[in-house]
Design a protein around this ligand. Sequence first.
Ligand code: SF4
Length: 420
Amino acid sequence: MSGYYLIVYGCQMNKADAGRIASVFEFNKIKQAENLKEARYVIIIACSVRQSAVNRIYGQVKNLLPLKKMGAKLILTGCLLKKDAVKLNKFFDLIIKIDDIKDLAKKLKIVGKKTITKNYLDLKPKIGKSTTVYVPISSGCNNFCSYCVVPYTRGQEYSRSAKFIIKEIKGLIKHGVKNIILIGQNVNSYKDKKTDFNSLLKKINGIKDDFFLHFITNHPKDTSFELLKTMKTCKKIGHYLHLPVQSGSNRILKLMNRHYTISEYKQIIKRARLLMPDINISTDIIVGFPTETEQDFKLTAALMKEARFDMVYIAEYSPRGQTIAYAKFKDNVSPKIKAQRRIILTEILKKTALKNNSKLIGKNLDVLLEKQNKDYFYGRTKNFKKIRIKINDERPCRLNKITKIKITKAAPWALEGKPI
Ligand code: SF4
């Protein structure tokens, strides 16, 4: 048994963390194992956003215990509530907070070089083959939305040094990466001394070379007119705004502790569309939040029709231990009604997304080609729409290259085009 093996659950932040954990091992000359059975170190990066995600760790543990008997070391990190860590402790050799990953080699008594960094996000990540890379610029959250566990698993929000972020991005661009996605639980509240989110975007935009720049996830309370103007003027920033609204009812937003009203949210969207008519706007919505009435739900459906979203990630509410909503409210909307509400919103989305995409037919857009199979290239437009291009030997395209594509077909979730 030699090498390390990573099992990653959850969001892009966990994927970015995986690159940093891999680098700690490789810095100490321990390579990635070909498969689970050959690994000396098995690391699970946990997600706690839903109970089902935590249950998957218990499922995985059953497969891992025979390997532990054979000498593998089991390590658990990522987003984890204290109560889950206590319950899972007996199965693992080490449970380590994600911020302490920089000390992983020492904790595992791996004799090697020391990784010298104060903040684990500043560890140089292992770069894979992908042309799209997620760069964490902050971690944690201070917002305490009443349904969310992140402030309890990741702790207080902190921002990385702008200097380290720029250094990392320059290295990625040099390596051939063409799509940089800045990530943070509340990405647009970034602040490092005098550098706020707007000035960070402008600095990154100033890096020489041809690449796309995106960022997720934005909180409406931090989405200023200034930020929208920066998006318009910085040529590398794709016109894509992921702006979670969560509900169309002010009453529910208050219970969710979201700190904005629906009219403020609509104002942001209106301004964004005036400045950038080609903007792609997506959102998150939770249906069936405690006490959500038919009237509250109708307000959400009305908002969806009015906002004409390009994409909506719809979740049925599920209570999470330790959150304010769990402690204060009864989960009183039945699973059947939650499912019905999700289906109604999905139908609205299909129509608005198709209408938005149909308007792009005939347009020539910049597209980054990321993958291919024998028939198609797959990629993203600069404003982050999924697209496929039929492989045409007469007009060959190249992977990892920004290419002009004429849009020929539109579906709700994707576009189709051809090189011009
Ligand atoms: S902004 Fe709200 S939903 Fe997002 S991570 Fe913070 S607490 Fe959770």
